[in-house]
Ligand binder design. Structure first.
Ligand code: 5GP
Length: 205
């Protein structure tokens, strides 16, 4: 059975990274799309694990070569999702998590309308600001850019199938798991299993 695409978006600092890590600890059959980016590598990040870190020239070559399912400029850097990687993982039957911004999510929805979209919403602007500042990963300028962009980003929640409010972490993790679990129960994703069951009825004496 082919897997499905699961888009997860939130403003920077919304907590999707932590939620995705927790989800992957507990779920079989999930794959994570490692994006390409031109942003500078942060302390603690590993090339090929968190992102494929590339130069702007290389990123533009990949755009030209049609390698991306989607790409966008986010907070002043390029980010993109590799088409080949996604297709390979879907063919293996994995559900593929796309941790992408709201512009990328819009593109994926156009190209793969069956993708499940989940928006992670922080409980308030004040909490988002606090989480983003405490993370200490951005310069003052980058932090200001991310906070400024957050207001537009949260307004995009309406284009997603599910909204998870990331107030209590444990509850948000459970909510995310139940969305992924429900996606696997969709009728169209169970045709093979159902067919086998129905055949057993056809063959009954
Ligand atoms: P960060 O620099 O904090 O890792 O990511 C900044 C934003 O870029 C986040 O909203 C993240 O979800 C988004 N992002 C990461 N990878 C991709 C991608 O491949 N495509 C798009 N459109 N956005 C991405």
């Amino acid at each position: 059975m082919k897997g499905s695409l699961i888009i997860i978006s939130s403003p920077s600092g919304g907590g999707k990274g932590t939620l995705i890590r927790r989800l992957r600890e507990d779920f079989e059959g999930l794959s994570y799309s490692v994006s390409h980016t031109t942003r500078e590598i942060r302390k603690g990040e590993e090339d090929g694990v968190h992102y494929n870190f590339v130069s702007t020239e290389r990123f533009e070559e990949l755009i030209e070569a049609g390698e991306f399912l989607e790409y966008a400029e986010v907070h002043g850097n390029y980010y993109g999702t590799s088409k080949a990687f996604i297709n390979k993982e879907l063919e293996k039957g994995f559900d593929v998590l796309l941790e992408i911004d709201v512009q990328g999510a819009e593109w994926v929805r156009k190209r793969a309308p069956e993708a499940v979209g989940i928006f992670i919403l922080p409980p308030s602007y004040a909490v988002l600001k606090e989480r983003l500042s405490n993370r200490n990963t951005e310069s003052e300028t980058d932090l200001a850019v991310r906070l400024r962009n957050a207001a537009d980003e949260v307004n995009q929640y309406k284009h997603f199938d599910f909204v998870i409010i990331n107030d209590d972490l444990e509850k948000a993790v459970e909510d995310l798991k139940s969305v992924v679990r429900s996606g696997r129960l969709l009728r169209d994703r169970q045709t093979k299993a159902v067919r086998d069951i129905l055949v057993s009825f056809d063959n009954a004496e």
